[in-house]
Design a protein around this ligand. Structure first.
Ligand code: ZN
Ligand code: ZN
Length: 131
């Protein structure tokens, strides 16, 4: 991991708002990282790529993902740092990497890029769309 954050959602977990979260769970769902290794099914990324890790895990092929309703994907959505270990660690495993990571152009600063994991899109959704 290159950058991660502590989100308000993480603080909620610490305060017990999500009792379904296992006690040893590694939290964190926002981050910038450099790929260390790829699984057999990954075709869009290779070792050394710098990526934004999306807070939402998307398979890209189910009916929800095809409608761009990624958070409704039944085995994905928000699972990182919630139902599976998250990004507040040295290394993290990202399921469905081809659809859940985004390459970062070299000229984008890491501290700006990490905001795109969750904070900026969530702020846009909640603050702009639903205002
Ligand atoms: Zn967040
Ligand atoms: Zn899907």
């Amino acid at each position: 991991m290159v950058k991660t954050t502590i989100c308000g959602t993480d603080l909620g977990i610490y305060k017990g708002k999500n009792p379904e979260v296992e006690s040893e769970r590694i939290l964190g769902h926002e981050g910038v990282g450099i790929i260390e290794e790829v699984g057999d099914s990954v075709t869009q990324f290779k070792k050394g790529d710098k990526v934004i890790i999306s807070c939402i895990t998307s398979c890209g092929s189910c009916s929800y993902c095809k409608k761009q309703m990624y958070s409704h994907y039944k085995n994905g959505g928000w699972i990182l740092g919630y139902m599976i270990d998250g990004v507040q660690a040295e290394y993290v495993r990202i399921p469905h990497a081809d659809n859940s990571l985004h390459k970062i152009p070299a000229e984008i600063d890491d501290e700006i890029a990490v905001l795109l994991s969750d904070i900026l899109p969530t702020g846009h959704e909640i603050g702009v769309h639903y205002d």
